[in-house]
Design a binder for this molecule. Structure first.
Ligand code: G3P
Ligand code: CA
Length: 251
């Protein structure tokens, strides 16, 4: 691999969108619960509000979690702050909001958590999302801490991070088509491959590791499957139930 590629040591377990199994995903409640379940790394999704504020949100539109038939990118951060983000999961979480990335990062710093920032840009905002997130990290992330990892399915988003923040580790996210992964991971100077768990075979894990990359996988909620993947050599399991997975394979 190129010398510029930052090294990364992935944890055994990463909390997916916080503790998504028991809290409304990508909210402060979910993040706090992940911490309480003993995790040291979290994964969450970042895109931009209409006025360019990095926020924590998975989907392109607001329908599933807020019941609003509109795109995230068409609303300002102030408008997004008015929308309900917890009641869809359970009425007892009514009042949860869509957090800003800044709020999430400050919580990570305060509690010694490490972020895996998935760049999940709205369509057409692949480059701008990376730029805004890198700007924010430059402002708030303490220089003495390990650099947050960026992951993305979007090659353009990783390319911009490579150019603007080359010392942040990058994870290439892949689903069920791994065509060209070697070329893309090399060009983007990635440190890790984050592949859907059903795609891993012992041979593929070996090939990826021989090529010098750390290996992560998502979304594994069955503890026995987590144990199997670790036995295969996969380094890091991204799960909605981090406490259960930590109990089985460590953190
Ligand atoms: O980062 C792994 C995983 O979160 C990718 O899939 O759809 O849950 O963001 P998704
Ligand atoms: Ca994600």
């Amino acid at each position: 691999m190129a010398n510029a590629t930052p090294l990364v040591t992935l944890p055994r377990v990463q909390a997916h969108r916080g503790a998504k199994g028991v809290r409304p995903e990508n909210t402060m409640a979910s993040l706090r619960e992940a911490l309480d379940q003993g995790v040291c790394w979290t994964e969450f999704d970042v895109k931009l509000s209409k006025d360019g504020v990095p926020i924590i949100y998975h989907d392109q539109d607001l329908k599933r979690t807020s019941g609003i038939d509109a795109l995230v990118k068409d609303h300002s951060f102030a408008e997004l702050g008015e929308f309900e983000a917890g009641a869809w999961f359970d009425e007892k979480f009514r009042g949860e909001k869509i957090p800003s990335l800044e709020e999430f990062l400050l919580f990570h710093i305060e509690h010694n958590l490490h972020p895996n920032i998935e760049l999940k840009p709205s369509d057409g905002e692949e480059a701008e999302t990376s730029r805004k997130v890198v700007e924010l990290l430059d402002r708030v992330w303490p220089k003495h801490l390990d650099k947050p990892l960026f992951s993305s399915f979007k090659l353009k988003s990783l390319e911009v991070v490579r150019d603007l923040a080359p010392d942040h580790p990058r994870g290439l996210l892949l689903y069920d088509d791994i065509t060209g992964w070697q070329e893309n991971a090399k060009r983007l100077e990635c440190s890790a491959i984050h592949l859907w768990h059903k795609m891993y075979t012992p041979e593929l894990v070996n090939e990826i590791k021989q090529a010098g990359y750390a290996t992560a996988t998502y979304t594994v909620n069955d503890v026995d499957r987590g144990v199997e993947l670790v036995a295969m050599g996969v380094d890091s399991i991204i799960t909605d139930f981090p406490g259960d997975m930590i109990a089985a394979i460590g953190d």
